[in-house]
Design a binder for this molecule. Structure first.
Ligand SMILES: Cc1cc2nc3c(=O)[nH]c(=O)nc-3n(C[C@H](O)[C@H](O)[C@H](O)COP(=O)(O)O)c2cc1C
Length: 186
Protein backbone atom coordinates (compact mmCIF):
# COMPACT_ATOMS: atom_id res chain seq x y z
CA UNK A 1 0.00 0.00 0.00
CA UNK A 2 1.29 3.44 -0.92
CA UNK A 3 1.63 6.23 1.67
CA UNK A 4 -1.17 8.33 0.16
CA UNK A 5 -3.56 5.37 0.25
CA UNK A 6 -2.61 4.51 3.84
CA UNK A 7 -3.23 8.09 4.99
CA UNK A 8 -6.53 8.35 3.19
CA UNK A 9 -7.93 4.92 4.02
CA UNK A 10 -6.96 4.90 7.72
CA UNK A 11 -9.80 5.11 10.21
CA UNK A 12 -9.98 4.35 13.90
CA UNK A 13 -11.52 1.02 14.96
CA UNK A 14 -13.15 0.38 18.35
CA UNK A 15 -13.75 -3.35 17.97
CA UNK A 16 -11.28 -6.04 16.92
CA UNK A 17 -11.54 -9.66 15.81
CA UNK A 18 -9.71 -12.32 17.86
CA UNK A 19 -7.36 -13.11 14.93
CA UNK A 20 -3.80 -12.61 16.21
CA UNK A 21 -1.26 -10.33 14.51
CA UNK A 22 1.96 -12.12 13.61
CA UNK A 23 5.13 -11.25 15.48
CA UNK A 24 6.92 -10.70 12.15
CA UNK A 25 4.33 -8.13 11.01
CA UNK A 26 4.77 -6.28 14.31
CA UNK A 27 8.56 -6.39 13.95
CA UNK A 28 8.31 -4.86 10.46
CA UNK A 29 5.94 -2.16 11.71
CA UNK A 30 8.14 -1.20 14.65
CA UNK A 31 11.32 -1.38 12.58
CA UNK A 32 10.09 1.40 10.28
CA UNK A 33 8.21 3.37 12.93
CA UNK A 34 11.24 4.35 15.00
CA UNK A 35 12.58 6.25 11.99
CA UNK A 36 10.70 9.42 12.84
CA UNK A 37 11.98 12.99 12.94
CA UNK A 38 12.51 14.51 16.39
CA UNK A 39 13.81 17.77 17.82
CA UNK A 40 17.63 17.63 17.93
CA UNK A 41 17.19 13.96 17.07
CA UNK A 42 16.31 13.33 20.71
CA UNK A 43 14.07 10.31 19.98
CA UNK A 44 12.28 10.66 23.34
CA UNK A 45 9.93 7.69 22.72
CA UNK A 46 9.91 4.06 23.81
CA UNK A 47 7.43 1.55 22.47
CA UNK A 48 6.15 -1.48 24.37
CA UNK A 49 4.54 -4.05 22.10
CA UNK A 50 2.25 -6.34 24.09
CA UNK A 51 0.95 -9.47 22.37
CA UNK A 52 0.29 -11.34 25.61
CA UNK A 53 -3.49 -11.71 25.43
CA UNK A 54 -3.84 -12.58 29.12
CA UNK A 55 -1.92 -9.45 30.10
CA UNK A 56 -4.06 -7.32 27.76
CA UNK A 57 -7.23 -8.89 29.14
CA UNK A 58 -6.22 -8.52 32.81
CA UNK A 59 -5.11 -4.92 32.34
CA UNK A 60 -8.21 -4.09 30.34
CA UNK A 61 -10.45 -5.50 33.07
CA UNK A 62 -8.64 -3.71 35.91
CA UNK A 63 -8.60 -0.36 34.07
CA UNK A 64 -12.24 -0.74 33.04
CA UNK A 65 -13.24 -1.06 36.71
CA UNK A 66 -11.45 2.20 37.54
CA UNK A 67 -12.89 3.95 34.47
CA UNK A 68 -16.48 2.84 35.22
CA UNK A 69 -16.12 3.95 38.84
CA UNK A 70 -14.93 7.41 37.81
CA UNK A 71 -17.15 7.84 34.74
CA UNK A 72 -20.26 5.61 34.98
CA UNK A 73 -21.43 6.78 31.53
CA UNK A 74 -18.64 4.68 30.00
CA UNK A 75 -20.72 1.55 30.72
CA UNK A 76 -23.26 2.66 28.10
CA UNK A 77 -20.49 3.26 25.61
CA UNK A 78 -19.27 -0.31 26.16
CA UNK A 79 -22.76 -1.67 25.53
CA UNK A 80 -23.05 0.42 22.40
CA UNK A 81 -19.69 -0.86 21.09
CA UNK A 82 -20.56 -4.50 21.88
CA UNK A 83 -17.06 -5.36 23.07
CA UNK A 84 -15.92 -7.62 25.91
CA UNK A 85 -13.51 -4.94 27.03
CA UNK A 86 -13.92 -1.25 26.26
CA UNK A 87 -10.38 -0.23 27.24
CA UNK A 88 -8.50 -2.09 24.50
CA UNK A 89 -11.58 -2.96 22.38
CA UNK A 90 -10.69 -6.70 22.37
CA UNK A 91 -7.49 -6.05 20.39
CA UNK A 92 -4.97 -8.91 20.34
CA UNK A 93 -2.01 -6.51 20.25
CA UNK A 94 -1.47 -3.20 22.04
CA UNK A 95 1.46 -0.88 21.42
CA UNK A 96 2.14 1.45 24.36
CA UNK A 97 3.96 4.72 23.70
CA UNK A 98 6.13 6.14 26.48
CA UNK A 99 8.21 9.32 26.69
CA UNK A 100 11.42 9.85 28.61
CA UNK A 101 10.91 12.11 31.64
CA UNK A 102 14.21 13.92 30.91
CA UNK A 103 14.16 14.89 27.23
CA UNK A 104 16.82 17.23 25.81
CA UNK A 105 14.11 19.41 24.26
CA UNK A 106 11.07 19.12 26.59
CA UNK A 107 8.97 21.57 24.56
CA UNK A 108 9.00 19.26 21.56
CA UNK A 109 9.09 15.80 23.15
CA UNK A 110 5.31 15.28 22.99
CA UNK A 111 5.34 16.38 19.37
CA UNK A 112 8.15 13.90 18.60
CA UNK A 113 6.21 11.05 20.25
CA UNK A 114 3.19 12.00 18.16
CA UNK A 115 5.19 11.80 14.95
CA UNK A 116 6.54 8.35 15.83
CA UNK A 117 3.03 7.25 16.83
CA UNK A 118 1.65 8.26 13.45
CA UNK A 119 4.37 6.11 11.86
CA UNK A 120 3.08 3.10 13.83
CA UNK A 121 -0.49 3.87 12.78
CA UNK A 122 0.34 4.28 9.08
CA UNK A 123 2.69 1.28 8.99
CA UNK A 124 -0.05 -0.87 10.58
CA UNK A 125 -2.53 0.42 8.00
CA UNK A 126 -0.11 -0.41 5.19
CA UNK A 127 0.10 -3.96 6.59
CA UNK A 128 -3.68 -4.34 6.33
CA UNK A 129 -4.25 -3.88 10.07
CA UNK A 130 -6.54 -1.49 11.88
CA UNK A 131 -5.86 0.44 15.08
CA UNK A 132 -6.77 3.41 17.25
CA UNK A 133 -4.64 5.76 19.35
CA UNK A 134 -6.19 6.03 22.84
CA UNK A 135 -5.36 8.22 25.82
CA UNK A 136 -8.15 6.78 28.00
CA UNK A 137 -6.26 3.67 29.19
CA UNK A 138 -3.34 5.87 30.25
CA UNK A 139 -5.57 8.42 31.97
CA UNK A 140 -7.19 5.71 34.11
CA UNK A 141 -4.40 3.14 34.30
CA UNK A 142 -0.96 4.77 34.03
CA UNK A 143 0.46 3.09 37.15
CA UNK A 144 -1.25 -0.28 36.52
CA UNK A 145 0.19 -0.49 32.99
CA UNK A 146 3.64 0.68 34.08
CA UNK A 147 3.77 -1.99 36.75
CA UNK A 148 2.45 -4.79 34.52
CA UNK A 149 4.89 -3.98 31.70
CA UNK A 150 7.84 -3.11 33.96
CA UNK A 151 8.15 0.38 32.46
CA UNK A 152 10.84 2.33 34.36
CA UNK A 153 10.21 5.51 36.39
CA UNK A 154 12.33 7.40 33.86
CA UNK A 155 9.46 7.06 31.36
CA UNK A 156 5.92 8.40 31.29
CA UNK A 157 3.20 6.54 29.41
CA UNK A 158 1.58 8.72 26.74
CA UNK A 159 -0.76 6.62 24.65
CA UNK A 160 -1.94 3.11 23.84
CA UNK A 161 -2.53 1.82 20.32
CA UNK A 162 -4.79 -1.26 20.32
CA UNK A 163 -4.37 -2.92 16.93
CA UNK A 164 -5.29 -5.98 14.95
CA UNK A 165 -7.86 -7.08 12.42
CA UNK A 166 -10.73 -4.66 12.86
CA UNK A 167 -14.33 -5.80 13.13
CA UNK A 168 -16.13 -3.73 10.45
CA UNK A 169 -18.79 -2.90 13.07
CA UNK A 170 -16.13 -1.02 15.03
CA UNK A 171 -15.08 1.34 12.25
CA UNK A 172 -15.37 4.99 13.32
CA UNK A 173 -18.14 7.02 11.71
CA UNK A 174 -17.27 9.06 8.65
CA UNK A 175 -16.85 12.80 9.00
CA UNK A 176 -16.12 15.79 6.81
CA UNK A 177 -12.86 17.73 6.85
CA UNK A 178 -13.07 21.37 5.84
CA UNK A 179 -9.90 21.64 3.76
CA UNK A 180 -10.37 25.35 3.06
CA UNK A 181 -10.62 26.13 6.79
CA UNK A 182 -7.56 24.04 7.63
CA UNK A 183 -5.12 24.85 4.83
CA UNK A 184 -4.24 28.43 4.01
CA UNK A 185 -2.44 29.33 0.82
CA UNK A 186 -0.39 32.50 0.86
C1 LIG B 1 -4.07 11.73 21.24
C2 LIG B 1 -5.33 10.97 20.93
C3 LIG B 1 -6.05 10.41 21.97
C4 LIG B 1 -7.22 9.69 21.70
N1 LIG B 1 -7.87 9.08 22.74
C5 LIG B 1 -8.98 8.36 22.50
C6 LIG B 1 -9.64 7.70 23.57
O1 LIG B 1 -9.23 7.75 24.73
N2 LIG B 1 -10.75 6.98 23.27
C7 LIG B 1 -11.23 6.87 21.99
O2 LIG B 1 -12.24 6.19 21.79
N3 LIG B 1 -10.62 7.47 20.95
C8 LIG B 1 -9.49 8.21 21.17
N4 LIG B 1 -8.83 8.80 20.12
C9 LIG B 1 -9.29 8.58 18.74
C10 LIG B 1 -10.01 9.81 18.17
O3 LIG B 1 -11.28 9.91 18.78
C11 LIG B 1 -10.13 9.67 16.62
O4 LIG B 1 -8.84 9.65 16.07
C12 LIG B 1 -10.92 10.83 16.02
O5 LIG B 1 -12.28 10.78 16.43
C13 LIG B 1 -10.87 10.84 14.48
O6 LIG B 1 -11.33 9.63 13.95
P1 LIG B 1 -10.39 8.78 12.95
O7 LIG B 1 -9.18 8.34 13.74
O8 LIG B 1 -11.23 7.63 12.49
O9 LIG B 1 -9.99 9.69 11.81
C14 LIG B 1 -7.68 9.54 20.36
C15 LIG B 1 -6.92 10.12 19.32
C16 LIG B 1 -5.78 10.81 19.59
C17 LIG B 1 -4.98 11.39 18.44
Amino acid sequence: MQVFEAIQSRRSFRKFLPTPVSRSDMEEIMHVSVHAPSAQNQQPWSFYVCQDSKKIQDLGQAIEEIAFEQMPMLRQRKEHLGVHNSIFFDASTVVFVAKTTSPKMPTYADFDCGLATENVILAATAKGLQCIPVAGPIFFGQSLIKEALAIPDSEQLMLAIPMGYGDPAGRAADYQVDLAAKVHWI
